[in-house]
Design a protein around this ligand. Structure first.
Ligand SMILES: NC(=O)c1ccc[n+]([C@@H]2O[C@H](COP(=O)([O-])OP(=O)(O)OC[C@H]3O[C@@H](n4cnc5c(N)ncnc54)[C@H](O)[C@@H]3O)[C@@H](O)[C@H]2O)c1
Length: 257
């Protein structure tokens, strides 16, 4: 297990799914955690057994609210070492059909929200000196296209470009920046956006033949936040059960078996 003893982490999207699993892993690994989300009920499900948890109700679309959460990390725990931008939303619709409001909502959380989180956290990470970690949650749609998913795909490709650039800007300060990109994760988001029969199809057509758990994704956020991950930066780690290996040419090649 990675040790994050005496590290301070801020996690967005911590009220549910992957973000909540990341916050739990960071707490188990010994970090102090500021858990951020716009949903206070979900944040209340996190356990404060060791007095190393603070919660902050904030919308990642509003930078001043994130700055206040960073302020909590500094005043309560003495600084900030790790920021994990996990909050995200998904809505479906083709480019032709999707409203500008839905497009703006998706880009506003998934791309501008990551921008805001990084920008709010950077001064505190720089104050702390070398060893800071910036992490963002991408998606298999950070590397693939998707029918009815153009805004989501654009947001997830966009954050990879953002994090690559942040990695270069931060490298001289000893701060790394990486993306973790899951495919189908068994969370509220998947159940809200995708009908049950389509969720089964996603599981069945994944080479590993199932969805991932939020904790399996959080494991990569833990490793990348830890002391052994100091030489990886600007990377997009795809954790997808093999989904990106598939394409319509290779899946039908029975002639080669
Ligand atoms: N579930 C999947 O299959 C899947 C696949 C690939 C990538 N992802 C990514 O994983 C991340 C986590 O998603 P999840 O599946 O755990 O979903 P989830 O819905 O369970 O959790 C998302 C959390 O983000 C919070 N959030 C949304 N908008 C916010 C805002 N404006 N400000 C603050 N908090 C906000 C929600 O309240 C929620 O707690 C997202 O970035 C998502 O795009 C999920």
């Amino acid at each position: 297990m990675t040790t994050l003893d005496s590290r301070v982490a801020l996690v967005t999207g911590a009220a549910s799914g992957v973000g909540q699993a990341v916050a739990r892993r960071y707490l188990r690994a010994g970090a102090s955690v500021v858990a951020v989300d716009r949903n206070p009920d979900g944040l209340a499900r996190l356990d404060d057994s060791g007095d190393r948890l603070a919660t902050a109700v904030a919308d990642v679309g509003v930078r001043s609210e994130l700055e206040a959460a960073v302020g909590t990390a500094v005043s309560r725990f003495g600084g900030l070492d790790v920021v994990a931008a996990v909050a995200g939303i998904s809505r479906t619709g083709s480019v032709l059909d999707m409203s500008d409001e839905d497009r703006d909502a998706i880009l506003g959380v998934n791309l501008v929200g990551v921008w805001n989180t990084v920008k709010a956290a950077l001064p505190a990470l720089l104050d702390r000196g070398a060893g800071g970690r910036i992490l963002a949650c991408g998606s298999v749609e950070s590397v693939l296209g998707g029918v009815g998913l153009a805004a989501y795909v654009a947001s997830k490709h966009g954050l990879v470009g953002l994090i690559k650039s942040v990695a270069l800007e931060c490298a001289p300060h000893g701060i790394t920046a990486n993306v973790v990109s899951p495919a189908g994760v068994d969370t509220e988001m998947l159940r809200t956006v995708v009908p049950p029969e389509a969720i089964q199809h996603i599981a069945d057509t994944t080479p590993i033949a199932r969805l991932s758990s939020p904790d399996e994704i959080a494991a990569f956020f833990e490793f990348l936040a830890g002391p052994d991950a100091g030489y990886i930066t600007g990377s997009n780690i795809v954790v997808d059960g093999g989904v990106v290996l598939l394409n319509s040419h290779t899946t039908g090649q029975s002639w080669a078996s």
